[in-house]
Design a protein around this ligand. Sequence first.
Ligand SMILES: *Cc1c(COP(=O)(O)O)cnc(C)c1O
Length: 408
Amino acid sequence: MSDLAWSDAQLKEVAATYGTPCYVYRQDLLEQFADAWINALGDRGTVCYAVKANSNLAVLQILARRGCGFDIVSEGELHRVIAAGGSPKKIVFSGVGKSFDAIRFALEQQIKCFNVESLRELDHINSIAESMGVIAPVSLRVNPNVDAKTHPYISTGLKENKFGIAADQVIDAYQHASSLTSLSVIGIDCHIGSQITEAEPFMDALEKVLAWVEELESLGITLQHIDLGGGLGVRYDNETPPQPAEIIARVLARLANRTEQLIFEPGRSITANAGVLLSQVLLTKHNGEHNFAIIDAAMNDLARPSLYQSWQRIQVIDPPEDATPLHWDIVGPICETGDFIAKQRPLCLAEQSLLVIHSAGAYGFSMASNYNSRRRAAEIILSDRCMHLARARESYTSLYRDEYLFEG
Ligand SMILES: *Cc1c(COP(=O)(O)O)cnc(C)c1O
């Protein structure tokens, strides 16, 4: 098990070499967090890393070599996984709205399974498969309607969410799927939310899923796998989420008398704490009571604080010794009041200070945009041997490379 602490010297070297803002990921941590799932699951199933959390090619490559499969939600993600050397045999395709082109391409690539979210989508996949003369492997994403009151962080597994097939339609949907001749019904899946910091919601969802599995069995529909989705939380501040091994041990104990393979789709729990965002303070500014540190990273680089009011730990490298700590609002240069990374943080900092924004490896770069015509940041992977430039900072010309002046 490697040390979770980051080396200031290494981060300073990255900043000096590649500039800021930049994302830095550690190979050892990516492997450690992936292994936690892979080793606990053993030969009982497949870990399908959720690509949307961090879809950098070199990150996907490291995870593929470690044995991960992938959970994709778009044709673009399928292209990325293939380019990174991931095996289509270990790809599950989730999402409420898959385009026909995406379905066709996934069938050509012979992916492991389509996680289907509606009756209409069953028909679509069936007719595309039929036209291609192939059989599409499908699982139905069920909505277990896990109680949000006890588990407030769960947001996708409630009946009012757009995700999954509603509880009262599940059996009908399976019977419909079984009647379609170009589908092979092989699994059941759910994904109840994200940043879940207890084991109970997973166990609650498993109970609901097992009840359906047994009912389906009595109707002659037998499944090969149960996919419990992703959603395991990580420590951003002082959360204490269970380890993958604990969840998997409990699930396996519950499934002791069953033979289905298991799939998990972890995203955040593999990449979040394997990455940081490095940024430099451009200037400081004091408006009345407020102390602002304006940094060179912004909401276009890291959207989570503005989108979800999320909290991420911020560390100052070599803080000025003579400064008194103040409560700082850490903000970006974008023309939006919502452009902040953190608020009211007691820190010692000054202009040019290098900041480490922790837990930024998941839903960081993958949600980045070019808003305000800002170039997306560089991504660097640290290994034992080297600093690897996994994605160069965008160039200014790349910002408008695909645009055409009006030939008036
Ligand atoms: C986002 C997502 C995941 C991954 O969620 P994490 O919270 O990052 O683990 C897994 N499965 C599906 C269907 C998703 O939409």
